[in-house]
Design a protein around this ligand. Structure first.
Ligand code: AHR
Length: 824
């Protein structure tokens, strides 16, 4: 009885405070009668941006790269310097200074993705030309001159790191071609397997000369190959021009100019409530001269100019606004359009359009809205109908700017908000919040939602599941539009996924404030990882959800209607200690020497061998394990190089886990303590400015007690770091009105299984049979890969021991969802 009273009080407290942490071993009480915040049906959506070839070579089904030969076009005023793209200098509106900018990746091939076979100029040549363009909007075409044709000459497109050709599918080829009168032969399109074998072909009948001919053909391959190429073969001498060469497999929902089936399905499986487009930084452009221009993404794909994407390659604009709206409709997602307010990317060039051009940007946004939902009597609504879709598309959200901030943005936001709201009161309008919810007073009049972003290390998410508990309510809702654990986790791993699962539990619990979320970025083509960690990986014939994908899917598929009372939402270890382990020495891009290395533990001093030359990160891992109460002393001297010293302690035998003092790290500017995980590392102490000089001996002393480590350099205390417990177990609980189930989500990021004793209050009956869905790994560093794409996937099983009280063992490194049927 006493226990129940305590639990009820704890439950009430949990509700008031939002989150309650309790020590291990205490039972958890869930109270279904205590109705908490609703979890919005729009909670889980997706963020799409043309980054990492997410569209071209990703979701968009086109197989031919540089199909329109526009890839050498540069944004206005840009030029190539030392093989890299340099923007035109602009005035940065925050600093008021002229910004000359960094340089960006530029493809220096003469004609990207196209080559001639044989590669011999005496036999054939090619060059880009803008003479007699088929479309003024996409003026480049490729002139091919065949000088000798005793053997066939081929113009070959390599696709996006190869093309996936499957026997049994029908491929649609479109070629816009013009031949000179001197070319009297035929042109044959051939699909070549990686060994050069022809696996499908068709003739392109060009009857006229000196005129563009737009040919549509189908190819039915005779066998499959995932690294195929497309060749256009010539059998006589003469000149031929190509304006456009496109090859499509069957698309998702059989849409014209549509999406790649497997990729589109993988995304549809997330059941996203909304689809954000076009970004991301591409909305703003490096500077305004290459900001994404949705109007140029409409109409005949062959006439679309494309644009140099902020992320280092030209995107074709093939996957345009109409196609994206159609895809949203196909998968039942609402569209979120992100408009540009006349500001270039503030992380890059930071230019602002003149005042006089603000109305132009506003009109552009209004036109986009009108295109999606305007009546047929409007200019853009009529164009939508002309493009094949008379009914309105499901546009619901407009984000006004992407990652903008400052007074200039706030002022423009107000202008856009008022104008859009007046005409389209039914739309939800979103403000960029670049403060991570830190500032409560924005200099704007009103917004419906704000959009903060987090790209962080695992510990940030583990420590911040309570972040929303105390944030202001009632002024706006929160859309966490970009978030991911992408630091110290390589391309992503289970630790990243579990930390995200923990963070989402906090967002779900605060469903009255956080009503929308989207992980970012969404896709990477594995051949072009421009951004370190992405949700879904794509290759020519494969698409794979990382562990984070499964976390997203599990949350979306198990969204409760509302939260219920819980006596605990995190379980924190009572204490933490530095791990015991080995000692090691090394450097980063530096040569150093170490001597007089002594470890004093339990009053006994051991001397370790000197290390005359350290050049590797972990050059030497000494034998022997030490506890976590000792003093390490040594002398260190930098010989040459970029940084200072790396001193490791508490290291695992494989040298992958433990800690290191990075002394004079980060370009010889900073000293800090780093924790090392199986994949990646993370700074866990304060960062202290420090520079290590060459040729000088430094006295280094590390004093370790269970929870505190101190670093002294030349007798001076530099770092004094207490290890703080990081919550490792997280619980979210809610009730699903549709199915009458309690949904319990539990994240266990610890290295041991956790048994929890549950009590379900506020119910009259609990069905013993229910379901448990578990995502688990053997190691926090584990991840799916293209070779082993299903290494870590959710496994669902029946569980028949639920009751008003029941126990459940949550495996180590796992995210588990329990679905328990109850009567109230
Ligand atoms: O998601 C990748 C990038 O991160 C987005 O383009 C941008 O909005 C953010 O900086």
């Amino acid at each position: 009885m006493k226990k129940n009273l305590t639990m009820t009080l704890l439950g009430a407290l949990a509700f008031m405070a939002g989150c309650t942490s309790q020590p291990e071993g205490v039972p958890v009480t869930l109270n279904v009668a205590e109705k908490g915040a609703s979890v919005s049906p729009s909670m889980y959506g997706v963020f799409f941006e043309e980054i990492n070839h997410a569209g071209d070579g990703g979701l968009y089904a086109e197989l031919v790269q540089n199909r329109s030969f526009e890839e050498k076009e540069m944004p206005e005023g840009y030029h190539v310097e030392h093989g890299r793209l340099k923007p035109a200098p602009v005035k940065n509106h925050l600093s008021g200074q002229v910004n000359h900018g960094a340089s960006f990746h530029w493809n220096n091939e003469p004609v990207r993705a196209w080559s001639l076979q044989p590669a011999d100029e005496a036999i054939a040549t090619m060059r880009l030309t803008k003479e007699k363009p088929m479309f003024e909007t996409a003026p480049n075409n490729l002139e091919v001159t065949i000088n000798k044709a005793d053997k066939p000459v081929q113009l070959i497109n390599e696709g996006y790191w190869g093309m996936n050709i499957e026997k049994g599918q029908i491929y649609t080829l479109r070629v816009i071609v013009r031949k000179a009168p001197d070319y009297t032969g035929t042109i044959t399109a051939k699909l070549l397997a990686k060994d050069g074998k022809v696996i499908g072909q068709t003739n392109i009948d060009v009857k006229q000369t000196d005129a563009w001919v737009d040919e549509l053909k189908v190819i039915e391959p005779t066998s499959s190959d995932n690294e195929a190429r497309l060749a256009l073969e010539f059998d006589t001498t003469g000149k031929v021009w190509f304006d456009y060469v496109s090859l499509f497999p069957p698309t998702f929902n059989s849409r014209y100019n549509g999406m790649r089936q497997d990729v589109a399905q993988c995304l549809a499986d997330l059941k996203p409530a909304f689809f954000r487009w076009p970004g991301g930084c591409v909305v703003e452009g490096i500077s305004l001269s290459n900001h994404f221009d949705w109007k140029k993404t409409l109409g005949d794909p062959a006439a679309r100019p494309g644009e140099y994407s902020t992320w280092g390659y030209r995107c074709s604009y093939g996957m345009g606004y109409h196609e994206v709206l159609q895809y949203c409709e196909d998968i039942g997602a609402k569209m979120m359009f992100v408009c540009n307010v006349g500001l270039g990317c503030q992380f890059r060039m930071g230019d602002a359009s003149p005042e006089s051009e603000i109305p132009t940007y506003l009109d552009d946004c209004m036109d986009a809205i009108e295109y999606a939902i305007g009546g047929l009597d409007t200019e853009w609504g009529a164009l939508r109908a002309k493009n094949g879709h008379a009914a309105p598309f499901p546009l619901q959200y407009v984000e006004i700017g992407n990652e903008n901030w400052g007074a200039e943005y706030d002022r423009r936001f107000d202008i856009f908000y008022k104008a859009i709201k007046e005409k389209y009161p039914q739309l939800t309008l979103i403000y960029d919040d670049m403060s991570g919810l830190r500032e409560e007073n924005r200099a704007i009049e009103k917004t419906d939602m704000i959009d903060p972003h987090w790209y962080v290390a695992p510990d940030f998410f583990y420590r911040n599941t309570t972040l929303f508990d105390t944030k202001q309510r009632g002024k706006w809702e929160v859309y966490v539009g970009e978030y991911a654990c992408n630091q110290g986790v390589g391309g992503g791993n289970m630790n990243a996924a579990l930390s995200e699962a923990a963070f989402i539990s906090g967002m779900e619990r605060n469903g009255d404030l956080v009503t929308m979320t989207s992980y970012a970025p969404l896709f990477e083509n594995v051949n072009n990882r421009e951004w370190a960690t992405n949700l879904i990986w794509i290759d020519t014939d494969q698409v794979m959800g990382r562990t984070s994908y499964h976390v997203q899917k599990m949350y979306a598929e198990n969204r409760p209607t509302y939260n219920i009372g819980a006596s605990a939402t995190t379980i924190t270890p009572d204490s933490v200690e530095y791990r015991s382990g080995a000692i090691g020495l090394g450097t980063w891009d530096t040569e150093a020497e170490y001597k007089d290395i002594r470890v004093t533990e339990n009053g006994k001093t051991t001397t370790l061998p000197d290390l005359a030359k350290a050049t590797e990160v972990l050059t030497k891992l000494y034998d022997g394990t030490y506890g976590n109460n000792y003093t390490l002393e040594l002398k260190a001297r930098k010989i040459s190089g970029a940084e200072g010293f790396l001193i490791f302690f508490g290291m695992s035998e494989d040298g992958k886990q433990g800690y290191r003092f990075n002394i004079g790290g980060w370009g010889n500017r900073t000293t800090a303590l780093q924790q090392l995980y199986a994949q990646g590392d993370q700074v866990v102490s304060r960062e202290i400015p420090q520079r290590i000089e060459e040729g000088r001996w430094y006295d280094i002393r590390i004093e370790l007690t269970q929870r505190v480590v101190k670093l002294y350099v030349d007798g001076k205390l530099i770092i004094d770091n207490e290890l703080k417990p990081i919550p490792q177990k997280f619980l979210a609980s809610g009730y699903d009105e549709e199915t009458g189930e309690v949904i319990i989500k539990f994240v266990n990021s610890a290295d041991k299984a956790q048994v929890i004793d549950f009590t379900l209050d506020g119910v009259t009956n609990v069905t013993s049979e229910g379901r448990a869905i578990t995502l688990k790994a053997d190691d926090l560093g584990d991840e799916n890969s293209m070779d082993n794409p299903t290494k870590i996937v959710p496994v669902e099983k029946a569980y028949n021991k639920f009751g008003k009280t029941f126990s459940y063992e949550f495996p180590k490194y796992s995210f588990t969802i329990l679905r328990v049927k109850v009567e109230k």
